[in-house]
Design a protein around this ligand. Sequence first.
Ligand SMILES: [Fe+2]
Length: 176
Amino acid sequence: MIRNRCSELTFAEAKKLLLQCTADEQLIKHCAAVSTKATQIASAIKKNGHTVNLEFVRVAALLHDIGRIKSHMNHGLVGGEIIRFLGYPRIAQAVERHGGKGFWAAGLENMTLEEKIIFYADKRVDGDKTVSIRERYDGLIQRRTAAGRAAEVPLIKKEFELSQRLESELNGLMRK
Ligand SMILES: [Fe+2]
């Protein structure tokens, strides 16, 4: 698997890695759905003449939640650690920035287009179902509140606002 520490993973290698790490069907389906959604968005943007690395988006989106095999709290950072350890720092960074602490540490304005697409695609998929970002964040707020983590709701709402802004930006790139 670790042929060359500078190379990125192929999609087949990423899929093999994910399946080696987890047998959780829900998680695998979610990762596959986010990869498909992110690739669709990236393709539409590329068709409009913008530079975007489609294969990177497809692969990194597939691995975005790999940290959930160890922890649901801060799973972006945990996933980034796993991928970085395997020798793929660019994918690791995209995984870290897809949500939570890694996202806030980076700041949306500092993220690459590929990272933004992966972040956004994840907010358009609940389980393996495509939803609006409002539905996704409403679901998130309900689940956190039910889990006794209502203190996190203001930050989730703030993230929702940024996601709305990102949605406009990406829609603009898709429409041109
Ligand atoms: Fe996700």
